[in-house]
Every structure is written in C-alpha cells, then in structure tokens.
Design a binder for this molecule. Structure first.
Ligand code: G4P
Length: 531
C-alpha cells in the first residue's frame, strides 16, 4: 500500500514530515465494550508492545497495567497509563489512554483536549451506553473527528443497520461504513473492505493470541452469494442514505467512518489500523488562547493535559503529561511555563506506559511526553521554547459527585489546607468554598468516585493530613450568574459555592430542584459547565 497523500513527501522539513506521520487519538467507550482488548489487538498488529503492561482482559490485568499506587493495587485498576506509541505503514499512532470504568474521572475528559480524533467503540449487543454518550458529547463540543468501531460482532447483537441508524441519530454525523461484516452479529465469518472492494474470510488463531487468518474470497461481488451478497446489499443501502466516504467531511466531523470488529479474535483489526494510518487526521495548527493558530512547524510548544502524582511514596513523584503542539521536543531543553513566566528544565522526560518508563529524547507534534519532577506544572499549562504562546485552558467538566472534606485531626489543619490546595491545582478534584461552610470544610466535586478515593489516599499518604469525607446529596452543578444582584447562599434543595477561579456554581439535588430554582429566581442566569 503506498503512503497516503497526507503523509508529506521526503523533502519537507523534518518537523512537517514527522507531524504528518502522527495520528494522535483516544479510544472512547463504555466499560466492557472492549477498549483494552482492542488497544492490545492494535499493538499486536503493529508489533510494538512487548511487555509494556497492556494485558488481555480484566482478569489478568491486575498488577500488570500499573501498580505504582497502593490504591491501584487494591483495586486492580489503571490510573497511570498515558499513551502507547505504535508504528504502522509509515504512520506513528499515539493511542492516548482514557481512564474508564470505575476510574472514570475528569482526566478521562481532559485527554480529549490532547488528541486530534477519537475512536468510539460500541458493543454490538448494547449499542450506545451512558459513558460513551458523555464522552461523545465532549468530542462533539471540541469538534473532534470520530471513527466508529462496532465491536464484539462475534457475539449475538443488534442488527447492523439498526446500529448504523443509532450512530446517525446519536452523533449527528453521517455514518459511512468502511468495512461491513459478512454474517449477522454472532456469526462473524468474513469482512468486506469497502474501500478496496476486497472480501476476506476470517479465522481466529489461538483464540486471538495471533493475528487472524484472512483468506481472500474469489469471484468479486458479482459472483457472491448468501451472506456475502446480503452484506454487500446492506452496505450499499447505507451508502445510498448517508453518502460515500469523504475525507474532508470526516476531518470536519460531519461524517464518521464505521468499521466492524471482534477485537478478542483480532477480526477487522488490521483494517482499522490501516484506516487509522491512512485516513486519520494528522496534527494541525492549534488554536491559541489569543485567538490565533500555532502552526506545527513553529518553535517548540505544548500543553499539560494531565498531572499525576503520589505514585511513588518514597519520591515525591509528579509527572506532567504534555501534548506536543509544535516544533521539536528535545530532552534537556529549557522551556518557559507561560502561566508563571518561569523556566522549566526538561531533564527527565519519559514515555510512560503502565509501570514501564522509557526515556524520550526527541518528540514531535502529536506526541505525548511525561515530564518527571514536574511539581510546578498544572493541568492547562502551556510550555514553549522560544516564541511565547498560550493554549486555551482545558475547561472544567460538570461534576456529579460532591463531598465535604474535613481534617480528621484538627491539629493538622495546616497540612490539610496545603493538601487540598495542591489537589485543586493538579486538577485531581474541583474545590468549592462558601462563607457558610467556611475554609475548614471545603466541598470537593468530581465526575467520578475514583477522584475522591485518590484525594483521600493522597491526603493521608502524601500530605499527612487524613481527611474525612461526607457525601452531599447533590448530583448536578451549573454556572450561576445573578447579573449584578446578590445570590443566596442556600435555596430550596441546593446551595451556591465558589471555585477559586471566581466562578459561582449552584449545586442541585436533581433536575426538579433545578427547575424550582429557575422558577424562584427568574433573573438569575444558569449555564452548563464545560459548554
Ligand atoms: P474495556 O477495556 O472496554 O472495559 O473492555 P475489555 O477489553 O476489558 O473487554 C471486556 C470483556 O469483553 C473482556 O472479557 C473481553 O475479553 C471481552 N471482549 C472484548 N472484545 C471482544 C470481542 O470482540 N468479542 C468477544 N466475544 N469478547 C470481547 P472478560 O470476560 O471481562 O475478560 P477475559 O476473561 O476475556 O480476560
């Protein structure tokens, strides 16, 4: 297969050529749709990962993905993996991990600020599930192109055409299948590659431990019978209603290419990898806070989208994950933190996969770099080498869980306050305060329960200020603006609190309380957080 049109020719300057080869994306899905299995399958085909900590299935994952943190060991979950780099057909794929499952947190959303597109994984039997919809909404707000992958086609599931209708309805994009399965869900025997017209019979090898066997089906579509003909007719039906694939429409998030897989058997995975490499958007000029665009071949710049700390109790270990936006990153560079106007030395730069860390010497636009000893860096910080640039803040996301934190030992209040402030700066949790509750009882807000667990763990282990958490009965928060008049601190079924960036948030028990508030306070403007 020739290298594709958007992989620049060899005479381009190296930074344009390297950026043009990058495909930086995240896999978004609901727990159990097969994200880990698919990621591992991609790695198997690209044959990069050996023992980097990605393992098959949940049962074997405990202790292998990442066990830096006691909490992770107890729960057998991964909080720490960051990005996986694969090579395929001349492209470099950066698969940025979106922590999911029980560890769903603001980090999951923030990752979507660091990628150029997303792969949305859907379980063929379940269709769209709540977590997928939440992540999809964030992708849509950011205008991210999305590749839809319908997984587990080897198991009984919904009708392909119904799933396609669901994609159109839920995403608002035109679904354009690039592969189509022969056989209903549960009888996955072969696959059409609708781009090449090639049809292959599929056979799993060693239960999915090796690439699947693909046997070309001779005779072309004219000679096809039975389920092959049916599959072709279905695919043509979809093309009739939603149109042909158009790369520009995909990159503009108007179309979503659709592929069918059975990740556990490695069915359809090679085809997906080809699509990622050949059609996935490369990094492009990135919007700046000032309203301009930073071209990929400008001097080095990047921004922090995730900060991770407290993995190693023995060393105060802070890793800031940086997405390179422009220029060449070289380890040892002295960068400037745009927020502080202060230098940051990049002596320690790593690629972090699970527990293993590999030193990174050079990185290009689209790559993810883990900066170690980065206690001064916060989520959203921009770093540059020479020409100053600031990227937009990563928005806050609407919290759904709220808890009051208090120092378990009032004698350690100073440490408690320091810890809460640090966790707030790192973006581990959002911290809300009000005069009524006082400084000693801030309210922590999160999108996932794990954020509280991490906060509690670090308060005790790292800041030596064990904290008690008392859950509040709220489930939603909105920005509130009284348009000059004063706001009540409490109201029927809720209260108003402030974030340290000055934003006032109204917290509600449920939608009904929100509706009451609107009735009672017609002059007050409520807006969605993160909208
Ligand atoms: P997640 O990261 O999205 O949560 O999903 P994960 O990969 O852990 O997959 C969830 C379960 O679904 C796993 O089974 C996995 O083997 C299975 N699975 C993933 N893709 C496919 C597929 O294409 N077909 C079928 N039939 N199953 C699939 P498990 O029982 O939880 O783990 P294990 O016993 O397989 O290790």
């Amino acid at each position: 297969m020739p290298r594709t049109a958007n992989i620049p020719a060899l005479h381009s300057p190296p930074v344009l050529e390297e950026a043009g080869r990058r495909r930086t994306f995240a896999v978004i899905s609901h727990p159990d749709a097969g994200k880990s299995t698919l990621t591992e399958a991609l790695a198997l085909y690209a044959s990069v990962i050996k023992d980097a900590g990605v393992t098959h299935g949940k049962s074997s994952r405990h202790g292998t993905v990442s066990d830096w943190m006691g909490l992770e060991q107890e729960r057998g979950i991964s909080i720490s993996s960051a990005a996986l780099q694969l090579n395929h057909r001349g492209a470099v794929l950066n698969v940025v991990d979106t922590p999911g499952h029980a560890d769903f947190s603001e980090d999951t959303y923030r990752v979507l600020a660091a990628v150029d597109f997303a792969v949305m994984l859907i379980d063929a039997a379940k269709g769209f599930e709540p977590q997928t919809l939440k992540l999809l909404a964030v992708c849509r707000r950011r205008g991210l192109p999305i590749i839809t992958v319908i997984n587990k086609w080897d198991r009984p599931g919904l009708e392909a055409l119904d799933l396609i209708d669901g994609v159109a309805g839920r995403t608002g994009m035109a679904p354009v299948p690039l592969t189509w399965p022969a056989g209903r869900a549960g009888a996955f025997t072969g696959l059409f590659d609708l781009r090449s017209g090639e049809a292959v019979r599929l056979e799993a090898v060693r239960g999915g431990a090796l690439p699947s066997l693909e046997t070309p089906v001779p005779g072309g579509s004219g000679a096809m019978e039975g389920q092959w003909r049916e599959a072709l007719e279905e695919a043509e039906l979809v093309a009739d209603s939603h149109g042909e694939f158009d790369r520009e429409a995909f990159h503009a998030a108007r179309q979503t290419p659709v592929l069918f897989t059975a990740a556990a058997k490695n069915f359809g995975v090679r085809q997906l990898l080809d699509v990622l490499a050949e059609l996935g958007p490369a990094p492009s000029a990135r919007a700046t806070a000032e309203g301009g665009h930073q071209p990929v071949d400008a001097g080095f710049s990047g921004f922090v989208f995730k900060v991770q700390a407290g993995q190693d109790a023995a060393h105060r270990d802070h890793i800031a994950f940086l997405r390179v936006c422009s220029g060449i990153f070289e380890r040892g560079m002295i960068l400037t933190n745009a927020r502080l106007g202060r230098p940051f030395a990049t002596k320690y730069a790593h690629r972090v996969i699970g527990r293993s860390r590999e030193v990174i010497d050079v990185a290009w636009p689209g790559d993810i770099v883990g900066l170690v000893n980065a206690a001064s860096l916060r989520v959203g910080d921009s770093l540059y080498a020479t020409e100053p640039v600031r990227f937009p803040e990563i928005p806050h996301f609407a919290p759904e869980l709220f808890t009051v934190a208090r120092a378990a030992d009032p004698g350690r209040y100073k440490q408690f306050r320091r810890g809460i402030t640090q966790l707030e700066h790192e973006g581990v949790v959002q911290v809300l305060r009000s005069d009524r509750r006082g400084e000693q009882a801030p309210v922590l807000a999160a999108v996932g329960a794990l954020q509280f667990e991490v906060a509690q763990h670090r308060m005790a282990g790292e800041f030596h200020a064990p904290a008690t958490f008392e859950a509040l009965p709220y489930t939603l928060a909105m920005h509130v603006d009284a348009k000059g008049s004063s706001l009540p601190e409490t109201f029927r079924g809720g209260e108003i609190m402030h974030r340290s960036d000055g934003e006032a948030l109204a917290l509600f028990a449920d939608r009904y309380k929100l509706a009451h508030f609107r009735e009672d306070n017609p002059g007050v403007e409520l807006t969605d957080i993160g909208a």
